[in-house]
Design a protein around this ligand. Structure first.
Ligand SMILES: Cc1cc2nc3c(=O)[nH]c(=O)nc-3n(C[C@H](O)[C@H](O)[C@H](O)COP(=O)(O)O)c2cc1C
Length: 310
């Protein structure tokens, strides 16, 4: 049993790939993902200039999940463009996550990517503040302004990586934008920002950078991300927009839960940090075994079927 998927006319041989973030920064990292069972190679969020990232420790794995304030360390867009021909030899989709620090930076990167063989762009709307405003994904006016400008670069389809929303009204508002701009996929979701985990041995935050606050990932994020996927699934049911579920996928059952909530595919970050790239094969194998046990042949048969009342 093997499951495949597609996003914006790009085919994926599998349902799971790496989330932009950890272990996808260097050429070595990306080639290692190419050699794994990840269904795609998703590149670390790219800025115009290379960035070193925040002070260490910027990542901690705790009993409830992960927390990080890595600060977008990446090699800058020019370095990633040079890697594309080599990455193409792995014959799987290449996705560039773009996280420009201003509208103009995003335009510069989008423009430069148009003439490459990258298959898709994932625009990270949960990136750091622009001009002292809220994160783009929490500022709908700013999101519209950005998308209006980026839609002019239309050779490579792009989707949105969204922050988690804790109010259904916000999901409705973002879903309206997704419909208005005919966004082919949303990646749902980035970490829950500005969390604090205190180490009982030191009475201090477990991470540095950003005053000890960071984005929550892993198991602690899963119920929130799953709820977001479920709400977006309902809001976008009558459109062609696909949903990638992200947050705490660590087993085949977790991936299955995201499909039940309405996702088409999944991405992983935290589990990669402690297990490495073997996680793609393990999780997808567990998923296939579960589907076989339940005698489900197509994900469409269960997609979005979580609601007891329906
Ligand atoms: C160390 C680390 C770095 C991350 N960097 C990025 C990033 O550059 N761009 C992005 O869109 N998301 C980034 N994320 C968020 C992940 O892509 C993902 O949305 C989040 O961690 C939830 O998935 P998980 O529970 O599988 O970790 C990062 C996450 C971690 C743990």
């Amino acid at each position: 049993m093997n499951f495949s998927s597609s996003l914006a006319n790009t085919s994926f041989n599998g349902l799971l790939f790496n989330a932009s973030g950890p272990l996808c920064i260097t050429q070595e990292d990306l080639e290692s993902i190419g050699n794994s069972k990840s269904a795609a190679i998703n590149i670390k969020s790219i800025t115009v200039e290379p960035r070193a990232g925040n002070q260490e420790p910027f990542w901690a794995l705790t009993h409830i999940g992960g927390i990080n304030s890595v600060g977008l360390p990446n090699l800058g867009y020019k370095a990633y463009i040079q890697m594309v021909p080599k990455l193409k030899t792995f014959t799987k989709p290449i996705i560039a996550s773009v996280s420009g620090l201003s509208i103009e930076d995003n335009e510069t990167i989008f423009k430069a990517l148009q003439d490459t063989e990258i298959d898709l762009i994932e625009l990270n709307t949960a990136c750091p503040n622009i001009e002292g405003k809220a994160m783009i994904g929490y500022d709908f006016e700013q999101t519209r302004a950005l998308l209006t400008r980026l839609k002019l670069f239309n050779k490579i389809p792009f989707g949105l990586k969204l922050p988690p929303y804790l109010d259904p009204i916000l999901i409705q508002e973002m879903a309206e934008i997704v419909k208005e701009f005919e966004i082919p996929f949303i990646s749902c979701c980035n970490t829950a920002g500005n969390a604090l985990i205190i180490d009982p041995l030191t009475d201090r935050s477990v991470i540095k950078g950003k005053d000890g606050l960071g984005g929550l990932s892993g198991a602690a994020l899963k119920p929130i991300a799953l709820g977001n996927v479920a709400m977006f699934y309902r809001a976008l049911k009558d459109t062609n927009t696909k949903i990638i579920g992200i947050g705490g996928i660590e087993s085949g059952r977790d991936l299955y839960d995201y499909i039940l909530a309405g996702a088409d595919m999944g991405q992983v970050a935290t589990v990669m940090m402690h297990e490495g790239n073997g996680c793609f094969e393990r999780i997808q194998t567990e998923f296939c075994i579960l589907m076989k046990e339940k005698n489900i042949r197509k994900i469409e048969d269960i997609q979005g079927s979580w609601d007891l009342s329906i």
